[in-house]
Design a binder for this molecule. Sequence first.
Ligand code: FES
Ligand code: FES
Length: 206
Amino acid sequence: MSETLHEIRLRVNGIEHELRVPARRLLSDALRGELGMTGTHVGCEHGVCGACTILVDGEPGRSCLMLAVAAQDHEITTVEGLAEPDGTLSPVQQAFAECHGLQCGFCTPGFLTTVTAGLRRDPCPTHERARDMIAGNLCRCTGYQNIVRAVERAATIGTERAATLTTERAATVGTERNATIDTERAATISTERAAALADRGSGVSS
Ligand code: FES
Ligand code: FES
């Protein structure tokens, strides 16, 4: 007996996808199989290891525990969607690279998504809170030391980038305001000159 397929729309990393899947299709399998997004890894397939962690409306979720049909109307973010559109690594990705927070890399997509969400909630975690942030993800290679360092480094990079953006925005606002003042001043001078010329003209004629 053939299986009933359901037409669904999935919004992943800001892009809408239409696909036909059986009701039992796991989100992790739909992402990897139907959409070719193999950055989401599958380890235990029963919610323990965290390798399949994605963001659902910004919150971490196990894609091996969610059906694809249930993911409609939600904003899904996978590891492929963490970098900036120009390819700049996100603070968390950069920190994991800098701190060697991975070895084989199998667990890494789950850590990256988990920490991304964790730092949104807690941008400057203490050492203990950085450890707690990754408590639901398993790594068989690193011994976690460098992963915890990466969480702390990601917090620093995030703070630095936010400060740079604020400075750049302040500079832009300053430039815009100066330009507005120059324009207003030029308009005032022009009006004053026109008035003076008109006065001079009326003096000649009288
Ligand atoms: S594969 Fe989903 S938690 Fe392990
Ligand atoms: S880096 Fe190999 S399992 Fe984590």
